[in-house]
Structures are given as structure tokens and as C-alpha cells.
Write a protein that binds this ligand. Structure first.
Ligand SMILES: Nc1ncnc2c1ncn2[C@@H]1O[C@H](COP(=O)(O)OP(=O)(O)OP(=O)(O)O)[C@@H](O)[C@H]1O
Length: 413
């Protein structure tokens, strides 16, 4: 009998975590009887997070045994590859793949596809996917997850979730007050290099970022994208003593990390993955004025007015009092994006912001970023592995990985 492989399309309203739990802890959902009494393994960001937790708490290396580096310090693509290696070596009876291609560069995606194809001859797989282009070619049983319900269909085509959505009609709300930064240059890296334990990561990086520009930062897994961003945001001490200028000042000449961070809007999905607080949607947006995710002081009238304008723009005003916690993933991302934009910071960094979103929600998110980039003076840096359809970044900083450290090149789109 032909090996069965399932592809389950998820939308942002799907209760994916519950379904994943059902595969490992039971009861198995209907339509998956073939997996009864089998031992499965999970390839997902959540599984990586669990192994990081085990390393942190017990100091025991599970999926990185044999390497000196901690799982936590690996790049997100490297973490995923380490997990896959561990899963394949443990030869599970079946594998659940939760958006397996997220965080992987195109070469790694191709490699993963080939590996999975090979393994699929003997191991059944369940792929949970939010982007249509990710569908594994050997999947032969199709379903979508609506809330908690699995709805089967004869073909993948019957399950497409791509529809034209009306994009934001209003203008981007103006900030309460504007930032003053002298000159036209916002960030400059001159001949910057980074090594970790003598391993060269970045070499002779020259990147001149001006006010109001819209950049995409590209590079293979482990090429150093996060390392560059963390030097800019001040979180990485490797920036000190180098020719690194941030908001017109050389790094390490008196400005605190806090002063730098105040002028940066930042969003990456892991900011809310583990967020469990109960905050209203409006308060969540307003917290963009502060360092906290979620609001812990009373908002001002002006802030409430502005939150209303943002919620109207992104079509969520009707949900102003809803709890952030109860929103769909796509809605949460729009809120967190608006939170990062509300101050019109001089610099907005979006680090793989569409990972895990379905096609419709990703298109909405990209539409909001494009609009903000055109209607604000903010410089936007968008990091993504995926060619995001519709992204209108005008400049690309491409990192080229090499044994002697990644080098960078400016491309125009
Ligand atoms: N604290 C650390 N100790 C050792 N190596 C590190 C540390 N932090 C980062 N690295 C290594 O530096 C390299 C660059 O990592 P970085 O996270 O910047 O890559 P990236 O381009 O963001 O990758 P990805 O696309 O996979 O997220 C990786 O090989 C990573 O393992």
C-alpha cells in the first residue's frame, strides 16, 4: 500500500497547537488511524524552544551533542537543521512538520525537500502549512484546519485560501511628536567584522543606511543577519570599538543601549509567541510608546486617539476592547506591527515578520509595511528568507556567506 502523507492547510484562526498536542498525546483526530500507537517526532519552532529550555535548565545538550555551541546561540536556520538531524537519527514512526520551510534560506529549503522526499518512502508525515507554495510534492491526503475541525478534501486546489483582500484605505496616522536626527545618514557600518570563538562571521561590512530608506536584508542561514541587527540595536557588545555609527554617533561614545532602543521600532514573531499577558488590543498598540510589550500605566488621551486611528487603518477598530490574547495570529501580527510603527521611530526593524502567516495575512502585513515605508520618514529594514510577494523594498543588503566571514553587497530591487 502507498505510504500516506497528510497536508493540512492552516489559517490564522486554526487551533494548531491543540492539533499538534493531539498527535503526540492523543486522542488522535479522525482520519489519522494509521498513526495509532506510533511514536512521532515534531519539527517546529516550538520543539526547538523546548530543547533550548532543556539546555538552559539542565545544562544537558540533546540535539547539539557533539558541538561546542549552545542551541540558543545558533541562528534560527541552524537550530532547525540541528533538530531535523536529531529527528532523522532517532528514526521516528511518523513526523509532524509544522511550517518546515520557515526560517530556512532557499538552498536549505531545497535540501530539506530532498531529504523529506527520501524519508517519505518509509515514514508517514503530516505537514501543517500556511503558505501554499510550501506544499510537499509527495503529500497525498489533503485537509484544512478550521478552528479545531479538520475538513478533508480531494485535492489541495480545493483548499486554497488565497483571496483578494481590500488593503488599507486610510493614510498612516501621524506621530504625536517627531524625532530629530541631524544629517541624512541614519546608520553606518564601516569595515565591521565579527568573530565568535575564532570563527569568522562577518568581514569588512560596509553598509550606509540613510533616513527614510526601505531596505530588505537578505542572506543565507547563519550569514550574520541577526548579528548585524543586534549590533545596531545595541544588544551585541561586538559592536563596540568598531566603526559603527548609529543615529549620527559612533557606537560606544556615551549613548546607552536604552537611548538607542527608544528610537527603534522592532518586531519579530517570537516577541509574542510566549506572551501570555492579558492586555486589550488598544493598550497593546499604545505600549509601542514604552519599552514594554503590553501597557502597565494609564494611556493619555492623545495616545488613545492615535490607537483609534491605527486600529481603524488596519480594520480592527471593532475589536479595540478585545484581548490581544484572543486574536488570530494574523491580527496579532498587524497589532504588533502597528505597535512598532506608532511612534514613527527613525528605524523600524522587522525580523522575519511573516513567518507562520497564511498567504492572505502575509499579503496584508506586507501591504501595511509598504504603506508605512512610503508615508513616513522611518527607515525600514525587513529581514526575510522568503521572496515576499508585493514587498516594495527599494534596496537590498545581501550577505554572502564565506569561510572567512560573510561579506555584504548592495543590490537594487
Ligand atoms: N554567541 C554566539 N556564539 C557562537 N556563535 C554564534 C553566537 N551568536 C551567533 N553565532 C553564530 O554566528 C553565525 C551568524 O548567526 P546569525 O544568527 O547572525 O545568522 P542569521 O543570518 O541571522 O541566520 P538565520 O537566517 O538562520 O536566522 C551563526 O553561525 C551562529 O551560529
Amino acid at each position: 500500500m502507498k505510504q500516506k502523507h497528510w497536508a493540512i492547510f492552516t489559517a490564522n484562526t486554526s487551533h494548531k497547537e491543540e492539533l499538534i498536542d493531539a498527535f503526540f498525546e492523543g486522542p488522535l483526530p479522525k482520519g489519522f488511524d494509521e498513526l495509532k500507537n506510533l511514536q512521532g517526532a515534531l519539527l517546529s519552532k516550538l520543539a526547538v524552544a523546548r530543547f533550548i529550555d532543556i539546555e538552559d535548565r539542565h545544562g544537558s545538550k540533546v540535539i547539539t551533542s557533539g558541538t561546542a555551541q549552545s542551541l540558543k546561540s545558533m541562528s534560527s536556520g541552524e537550530q532547525k537543521k540541528a533538530l531535523l538531524k536529531h529527528i532523522l537519527s532517532s528514526q521516528p514512526d511518523f513526523i509532524v512538520l509544522d511550517n518546515p520551510f520557515d526560517n530556512l534560506d532557499t538552498t536549505a529549503q531545497e535540501d530539506l525537500k530532498l531529504t523529506l522526499e527520501e524519508v517519505s518512502a518509509r515514514t508517514p508525515m503530516v505537514q501543517l502549512l500556511s503558505r501554499r507554495t510550501d506544499l510537499l510534492p509527495f503529500a497525498n491526503t489533503f485537509a484544512k484546519l478550521e478552528g479545531n475541525d479538520i475538513v478533508f478534501a480531494d485535492s489541495a486546489d480545493a483548499l486554497s485560501n488565497q483571496q483578494e483582500k481590500e488593503l488599507f484605505k486610510n493614510d498612516v496616522p501621524k506621530p504625536i511628536s517627531a524625532y530629530e536626527i541631524e544629517g541624512n545618514t541614519l546608520i553606518e557600518l564601516k569595515g565591521v567584522g565579527v568573530t565568535y570563538s575564532e570563527k569568522p562571521i562577518l568581514k569588512d561590512i560596509n553598509w550606509h543606511i540613510k533616513k527614510g530608506e526601505f531596505w530588505e536584508l537578505r542572506g543565507r542561514n547563519g550569514s550574520g543577519k541577526t548579528t548585524i541587527l543586534s549590533m545596531i540595536t545595541g544588544e551585541n557588545p561586538k559592536g563596540y570599538g568598531q566603526e559603527l555609527y548609529i543615529f549620527g554617533r559612533k557606537k560606544g561614545t556615551g549613548e546607552s543601549v536604552w537611548e538607542i532602543k527608544k528610537r527603534i521600532g522592532y518586531f519579530t514573531p517570537s516577541m509574542t509567541d510566549k506572551f501570555t499577558g492579558y492586555h486589550s488590543v488598544s493598550h497593546m498598540i499604545i505600549s509601542g510608546f514604552y519599552d514594554s510589550v503590553g501597557l502597565y500605566i494609564n494611556p493619555t488621551e492623545a495616545q488613545l486617539r492615535l490607537a483609534k486611528e491605527w486600529l481603524t487603518l488596519i480594520g480592527l477598530w471593532g475589536m479595540k476592547d478585545a484581548l490581544f490574547h484572543d486574536l488570530s495570529m494574523g491580527q496579532k501580527r498587524l497589532i504588533m506591527c502597528a505597535r512598532a510603527m506608532i511612534k514613527h521611530p527613525p528605524l523600524l526593524i522587522l525580523d522575519e515578520p511573516t513567518a507562520g502567516l497564511d498567504d492572505d495575512s502575509a499579503a496584508l502585513f506586507v501591504g501595511l509595511v509598504n504603506k508605512f515605508a512610503t508615508q513616513s520618514n522611518t527607515t525600514v529594514i525587513f529581514v526575510s528568507h522568503r521572496k515576499e510577494p508585493g514587498l516594495e523594498a527599494e534596496l537590498i543588503y545581501q550577505l554572502e556567506k564565506s569561510e572567512t566571514g560573510s561579506t555584504g553587497e548592495v543590490l537594487t530591487s
